[in-house]
Design a protein around this ligand. Structure first.
Ligand SMILES: Cc1ncc(COP(=O)(O)O)c(C=O)c1O
Length: 506
């Protein structure tokens, strides 16, 4: 018997792809998913901010590798029942922990479109890369950087800070450091930031091979801003000891208190000393969009590089970190790595050099720029700036409520959108730590904690555009309620024996 002519193609026919057999079925399912997700965001206030995960739910995600297919509707039912209800909660206006943006329905839709295009933004000549270049250009305009500036989307500011440290290293030691390594420099390089800087700066120094001890953590004033005179002294001491200072990292919005360093003074010092001036503006840099905050960021325009997150105050869905570098050539010199298989052309798909893969370590890169593009175009920077201003006003409202309540104590002046306070109690650290967990478990709000001078603070960072005074009131009521319960149950002596607030529904 002769073989059928098309046996090979028939055994690898259309039914073997991962596309649906019936597009109408997936269309109907997709529309349901879209409607459900829009409802999820629209009705977010009806749900707890966060809820503890039952063991039975957690154990569902310890399954064996699925070898057989499942129906999409069944997989989606699992998402609906066991994933969506147990997310972080930062979509909710009561989420005030850490520094989390709320995202928007517009950003969510853009994510879907980006996934549909499935574009790889490592390189090549296609419009998604032009969209990213458009965001680079808009960011350049925001910060008043020169035309030769470069920029790139990354996961978050931790990565952007690490990349900035590497660019600063190349600027200090020249391109050859990439082949010869640090040892060849024959001198130890030192970097400087404040004690209030985010931990990812020390981690960046570690990952870049300098070691975190090469980062000098300079003391701050009472408002968590770097002491510029002390910084100057330390640089001089290190030079006298034969070390090579190369980098100063300023903060535009410290993680604990929202402090903004004197960026103008830092930039002047860096110019004088010939040091790279990087700004960690994870969330604070976008304060430039708020007419009320922009003057406090004066000096940012002189930075050599800025790291920021569009997913924080920019309300773009996670993740959308960004690095902008004043001197694009230095940026390229740090990361570009010619390879035969990445050859550039002047025509065809390999045109359009330089590519984003020349500006960072990632070759495979998703289309993060699309959700930022949709967000910036749909809302415009004035509206986004007004949201930023409002989050600071809400922090001011929370501060006023704390100051007006004798059972509460403000632990730091409110400078931006972060409020650190605590419930007055005998064993205050223990009690306030418990209060925060109680509130999180109640689903009423989600603050986080930090330590300020050894005192555990309830820390509320107002970042979400949906947060309003009701959420602040709910947080205060919850702190007073759980505080009363905790300090009486721990046998702690109440400092003030005032009337207790009405217990909250659990
Ligand atoms: C000041 C500051 N720097 C850096 C980071 C780290 O940013 P990411 O979480 O995007 O890596 C944060 C995070 O909140 C931050 O507040």
């Amino acid at each position: 018997m002769t073989k059928p002519e098309h046996s090979v193609s028939s055994s690898f026919g259309p039914s073997e792809t991962l596309d649906p057999h019936h597009w109408d079925d997936i269309r109907a399912q997709g529309h349901r998913m879209l409607d459900d997700m829009l409802d999820y965001v629209a009705n977010v206030r009806d749900r707890p901010v966060w809820q503890p995960i039952p063991d039975t739910v957690r154990s569902r995600f310890r399954e064996q590798l699925p070898r057989e297919p499942s129906d999409l509707s069944d997989v989606y039912a699992e998402f609906t029942n066991f994933i969506a209800p147990y997310a972080t909660g930062n979509v909710h206006p009561g989420f005030m922990g850490w520094v989390h943006g709320g995202g928007t329905a517009v950003g969510m839709l853009a994510e879907m479109l980006a996934a549909g295009l499935n574009a790889n933004l490592g390189g090549r000549d296609h419009i998604p890369i032009e969209v990213e270049r458009q965001i680079v250009e808009w960011t350049r305009q925001m910060f008043g950087f020169p035309a030769e500036a470069s920029g790139i989307f990354v996961t978050g500011t931790s990565t952007a800070n690490l990349m900035a440290v590497l660019v600063a290293r190349t600027a200090a030691l020249g391109k050859a450091v990439r082949q010869n390594g640090l040892a060849d420099a024959g001198v130890s390089l030192t970097a400087y930031t404040s004690t209030a800087a985010h931990g990812c700066i020390a981690q960046a120094m570690d990952l870049a091979g300098f070691g975190s001890h090469a980062l000098r953590k300079i003391e701050t004033d009472g408002l968590d801003r770097i002491d510029v005179a002390a910084l100057r002294l330390r640089i001089a001491e290190d030079r006298a000891a034969g070390l090579k200072p190369f980098l100063v990292v300023g903060s535009a919005g410290t993680v604990d208190m929202g402090a903004i360093d004197d960026l103008r003074a830092l930039s002047a010092l860096c110019r004088e000393e010939g040091l790279w001036f990087h700004v960690d503006g994870a969330y604070g840099a976008l304060g430039i969009l708020s007419p009320a905050l922009a003057p406090r960021l004066a000096g940012l325009e002189y930075a050599d590089s800025i790291a920021l997150d569009f997913h924080k105050w920019g309300q773009v869905p996670y993740d959308a970190g960004f690095l902008i570098v004043r001197d694009g050539e230095r940026h390229r010199q740090t990361f570009s790595a010619p390879a035969a298989y990445l050859r550039r052309e002047t025509r065809g798909l390999s045109a359009g050099s330089s590519w984003p893969c020349d500006l960072g370590p990632d070759l495979s890169r998703g289309f993060r720029a699309l959700k930022a593009w949709f967000t910036l175009k749909t809302y415009g920077t004035e509206k986004l700036g007004a949201i930023i201003t409002r989050t600071c006003a809400l922090a001011g409202y929370l501060e006023a409520r704390v100051l007006a309540e004798p059972r509460l104590e403000l632990l730091a002046p409110v400078q931006l959108n972060i409020v650190c306070f605590r419930y007055r109690a005998a064993d205050a650290n223990q009690v306030n730590g418990d209060i925060v967990i109680d509130i999180q478990e109640s689903g009423i709000a989600a603050p986080s904690t930090t330590f300020l001078d050894g005192r555990l603070a309830i820390r509320a960072a107002i970042v979400n555009h949906r947060t309003d005074p009701r959420d602040i009131d709910a947080l205060i009521a919850a702190v007073l309620d759980f505080g009363a319960r905790r300090s009486s149950s721990s046998g702690g002596v109440r400092v003030l024996n005032l009337e207790q607030s009405t217990p909250l529904a659990m």
